[in-house]
Design a protein around this ligand. Structure first.
Ligand code: MD3
Ligand code: FE
Length: 203
């Protein structure tokens, strides 16, 4: 079932639920090669979310700013490849939302423990803003927040649950969005974690 949440933004409840354990195994294998870390953001604060990446490009941040990089600054090596199962899901999900020929070159892995959050922001570091962003969520539920194209104005909230997929493209690609602090809990597959994967065309 495809639920429209904004102009050109779609929620597919439970899209990846049946394959969740294989996906989580694939993510664990990426994380053995490119371990989770906390990133510093411009201004000197540290993100509460722990991140890593796979694909040709990985999203990195330090006190100087955000960017996509071909090398993992932690290991000095190229990022691991996007596991084929993940790539297939992202490409087929984008197609079901009307974005044919999505070719993601970056997959950001965001891992949340209780209390971790992501403030309202836009994703604007990608070169090709015509490509959609596809996200998959696993583990503990989170409250996703999204507003409009400016920081002002009302923010809508809805839950993101284990196996859910979101596709954002077109006019909704630049909306402000974030994640409320994760509530404590235990998930049968992931314990006290929420894992979010975002597939992007970083360029
Ligand atoms: C709407 N991640 O990594 S996923 C991010 O749950 C990020 O970890 C959140 O925002 C998370 O940048 C939200 C859903 C999502 C991802 C990217 C978007 C929604 C988006 C880009 C544009 C608009
Ligand atoms: Fe984002």
């Amino acid at each position: 079932e495809r639920i429209a949440i904004a102009d050109s933004a779609w929620l597919f409840r439970g899209y990846a639920r049946a394959q969740a354990s294989e996906i989580v195994e694939a993510v664990r294998s990426v994380l053995r090669q490119a371990p989770l870390r906390q990133m510093q953001v411009p201004g000197g604060h540290w993100m509460s979310v722990r991140t890593s990446s796979c694909g040709d490009k990985g999203w990195v941040s330090d006190s100087r700013g955000y960017r996509y990089a071909c090398e993992d600054p932690l290991t000095g090596r190229a990022w691991p490849a996007i596991p084929p199962l993940l790539l297939e899901l992202a490409v087929s999900g984008a197609a079901r939302a009307g974005f044919a020929a999505f070719e993601p070159d970056a997959c950001l892995i965001n891992c949340y423990q209780p209390g971790a959050k992501m403030g309202l922001h836009q994703d604007r570091d990608e070169k090709d803003l015509d490509a959609p962003i596809v996200s998959l969520s696993f583990g503990l539920p989170a409250t996703f927040m999204f507003g409009g194209l400016t920081r002002r104005g009302s923010v809508k909230r809805f839950p993101l649950l284990h196996g859910d997929m979101l596709v954002w493209g077109g006019p909704s690609r630049m909306v402000y969005h974030g994640v409320a602090p994760l509530q404590a809990g235990e998930h049968p597959m992931l314990g006290a974690w929420r894992v979010n994967l975002t597939f992007r065309r970083a360029g």
